[in-house]
Write a protein that binds this ligand. Structure first.
Ligand SMILES: Cc1ncc(COP(=O)(O)O)c(C=O)c1O
Length: 383
């Protein structure tokens, strides 16, 4: 194939050329000075990005996002513990499932697909579960393209004496959508390399507050690899994924170069463009605008084609988009715009979709107007 297909997926996401290049560096001793310097540099930058404070820590584990969720459950809970698990889609359900499989008693607040959780309701449930050790939530629910009000929940928990740990799956959120340990009062933020971190899949990242660090279970039987304690001291009892660390170092450099607020604004613009396209082309987005995810947008499948056929046709035209998950599988598709995606690249992808839709060019025009307005506002601000 002359060119790889274009991907507008909510992970894996495009890897910038300089990140790919960084990963081609020669192998070196993972206990030697070259790698140690990279590792220390990456950890310091991640600690800043997640704002873990002087006594919080970040662990980078060679695993996928699911592995990082499992690592969180293993390090903070024992069989018989009680937690509150909130699900707003497939990934919230997965976190609950992992935790239950560990023998933990989960009070499952099942909000359902396409709806955000209500922080007030979670606080009400907490009154009924005074012994809950933690609240598990999803920041950006990738299966539906929905951003939950995690910051509001975290703020509300501040008014409770000795609140449970707030453990957040932000795998498709951070760093495209900022979330901070100290700044937002979150105890554990879980991320993965293949989304906003613009790297290939393979690294799970856990940012942990001082309070959560003090609650890590250090002597759990049957666990070595996922014990977070050595990670907090910058050590690992195995050979790390050296090349991915090189890539992550470069990706962190690119993230710092763009800056947090411009990055969020770019993702929000991508979301508005995808939604404008959907609304004008008959692929109405099912999630309310207030809770629209900046990184992934679900759209109704076209009336003329089922989602599987639609995705086959887009792939034939050189564009990979995602199917919807769980009960949404038969009715929706998802467009990922997380990580290294610019408005012009999204526009190119939407142009491919437009070929397949009776009102596709109305959608394209709506996306263009949304983009153009953002450029005009930006120019006015900077003139
Ligand atoms: C919110 C969320 N949680 C968990 C996962 C699972 O991550 P992985 O596929 O890397 O195991 C994903 C992956 O898309 C996700 O988006």
């Amino acid at each position: 194939m002359l060119y790889p297909p274009q991907i507008l997926l909510p992970g894996p996401t495009p890897v910038p050329p300089s990140v790919n290049l960084a990963m081609q560096q020669a192998m070196s001793d993972h206990r030697g000075s070259v790698f140690t310097k990279v590792k220390d540099h990456v950890l310091v930058q991640l600690q800043e990005l997640f704002d873990v404070g002087s006594d919080g820590r970040v662990a980078v584990i060679p695993t996928s996002g699911t592995g990082a969720l499992e690592a969180a459950a293993q390090n903070f809970f024992l069989p018989g513990d009680k937690v509150i698990g909130v699900s707003t889609g497939t990934f919230g359900e997965r976190f609950v499932d992992i935790t239950e499989k560990m023998g933990v008693q989960v009070r499952h607040i099942r909000v359902g697909y396409g709806k955000a959780f209500d922080p007030e309701y979670i606080l009400e449930v907490l009154k009924e579960e005074p012994n809950a050790k933690a609240i598990l939530v999803t920041h950006n629910e990738t299966s539906t393209g929905l951003l939950n009000p995690v910051v509001q929940l975290a703020n509300a928990l501040q008014f409770i004496a000795d609140p449970p740990l707030l453990i957040v799956d932000s795998i498709s959120g951070v760093p495209s959508v900022p979330l901070k340990v100290v700044g937002n009062h979150v105890d554990v933020i879980i991320a993965a390399s293949q989304k906003g971190f613009m790297c290939p899949p393979g690294l799970g990242i856990l940012a942990v507050s001082q309070r959560a660090r003090n609650q890590v279970i250090t002597d759990r039987p049957g666990r070595l690899f996922f014990n977070l304690q050595p990670y907090f001291d910058g050590q690992f009892p195995y050979t790390p994924a050296v090349s991915l660390w090189y890539g992550l170092e470069e990706a962190l450099h690119l993230l710092a170069e763009e800056g947090e607020q411009p990055r969020l604004a770019r993702h929000q613009l991508l979301s508005r463009m995808a939604r404008a396209f959907g609304e004008a082309s008959g692929m109405t987005p099912p999630v309310e605008e207030e809770f629209a995810s900046p990184t992934v947008t679900a759209l109704a499948a076209p009336k003329t084609m089922n989602p599987v056929e639609f995705r086959k046709q887009t792939a034939r035209l050189g564009l990979q988009i995602a199917g919807a998950m769980g009960p949404w599988h038969h009715d929706y598709i998802r467009i990922g715009h997380v990580g290294a995606i610019l408005p012009e690249q999204l526009f190119e992808g939407l142009a491919t979709l437009a070929h397949l839709l009776p009102a596709g060019f109305d959608g394209l025009q709506a996306a263009w107007v949304t983009w153009h307005q953002a450029i005009t506002i930006d120019e006015e601000v900077h003139s």
